[in-house]
Design a protein around this ligand. Sequence first.
Ligand SMILES: *[C@@H]1O[C@H](CO)[C@@H](O)[C@H](O)[C@H]1NC(C)=O
Length: 542
Amino acid sequence: MHTSPLLLSLLLPTLTNSHLFDSCSGAPSTPTDANPKIYLLRADQSSEISQDDLFTASAYAGLLSRDPSSPQLAVIQKDADLAWFASPSDGTPSGSWQVKSVSSLEEILTNIPCSGCGYALAELRSNSTTAAINYAAGTEASLVATDSNKDLLEQHGVQMAIDLTEVAALDPEWALNSGLEFSDRVSVLQTPSSFVALSDLAVKCRALTWWGVNGDCKEAAIAPKALSLLDPADGDAVVIGWGGGDDPEWGCVHAASAYGAAGVIAADWALNLAALGNLPAAASQADARGVEEKEEEPTGKHTVSFLMSDGDNVQWLLNDWSFTEDNWWNSPDRGSVPLGWTLSPSLAALAPTALAQIYGSKTDNDQFLAGPSGAVYSFPNDIPEEVAGKNAEETAYWMKAAGHSVVNVIADSDGVGGGTPDTMKWLLGEDQVESVFLYDFNGYAGLEGEIDFVGGKPVIGGRFSLWSPDFYDVQGLADALMGLENLEDGGSSDGYSLIPVHAWSHSVSDVLAVAQLLEQDGRFDVVLPDELVRRVNAFVKQ
Ligand SMILES: *[C@@H]1O[C@H](CO)[C@@H](O)[C@H](O)[C@H]1NC(C)=O
């Protein structure tokens, strides 16, 4: 039987090291030995299901998922949620796991009784919502409930364990002072107003859930205390979620990286990660590309490679990126132009079926790169030296699982060395990492196309960002490239351009439009990232 590299790597026993999300449940089950039954709560078909019931179902999904061989539970709100439970081969929910649709919390409790369980009573959207999730995360057999569904739970033998509405004026630090114990590997960022996405994962991983001030996790009083629960020594401590608010990006990622965690996975709208992480990737394939023999001399043209941004954003990958919008993976123009895509290797741990389906729909003109900035979104140059090696190892481990050989790094311009190429030495010390595509946080093209070699491997800086209105639009980018000096010199960095594509302002069609303008000019070759790396290695003098 053919065992795919991805599946194999997920099955390998972890002898000495633990890896991202290993701590959340037993080893992933295999298609042959587990055959898990998955109950899908179809909120897409029934408008009867209340937010309160979804809150309860999500926590129950987490509790069930602690044991991958027990029935699993997932909440389906839209087509995309359903898709990831489909068998990769035929697109229908079947294959190595059985799915059963249910349409109410009552049906769930009837099919899967929660024996010996209690519940934490909360008021939806108040701070007690998070307190209840934390109670369920920090105990062995707790659900969550509100006034609207507690009677139903009691009819099914689940009694109240704690009333958290009493403490309506609830301190966000309640859970920390409650005597409950939380994971030292996973920390969840989620606001009390959002309680379906990630509640399952928090309960599964026994993770503390907390939130920032106006979204900025570094500003909240709880932030240092929450982070200090994590043990970064193995490189697999991770924050998952997002701070909400206006622009928490730098603060959250900086705080987690500087603490030594692997980083932050944007996933505050990602549903069902608890169940998805337990699904075997039945027909996965690593994104391996054969090394082809190519011409030995520079082509005499300027080599351009485009890289779509924001693939670290797991909730986007699971929602709009692949399904709802036409700008990205769902674009009718995808495949018409060579294009690199950033993709979080953590998807191999979080949702292996999604990774397998994405790979299954790849064209020859798509290539995946890890990041930013590794297994997880971090600023590698903010990670303390003592754990930088372990974090790089963890990135390499997941890059191997996901078949990535190049990592796109966003460096913190205010961090160690300003994020200069030499700060990439930890990542480049890993055999799996053949090259770093290096961006600065503010605009991605601060290195202006500079190429450096660190430990003999190329660090390629972004040249011009296709990013509007801050930087270049389609015509502006084409003009800027055509105006480069010495652009056909394949023997120096002058002959190469890595183009960051800002996903929130530009689409696959825009990349195609730039490529067409370059084609008309005649002096350019648009290639996949690995061909860019090959040419740089072959022709640029170190
Ligand atoms: C809920 O948490 C916020 C912090 O986000 C805090 O400012 C607020 O006082 C808390 N609410 C109550 C009622 O204690």
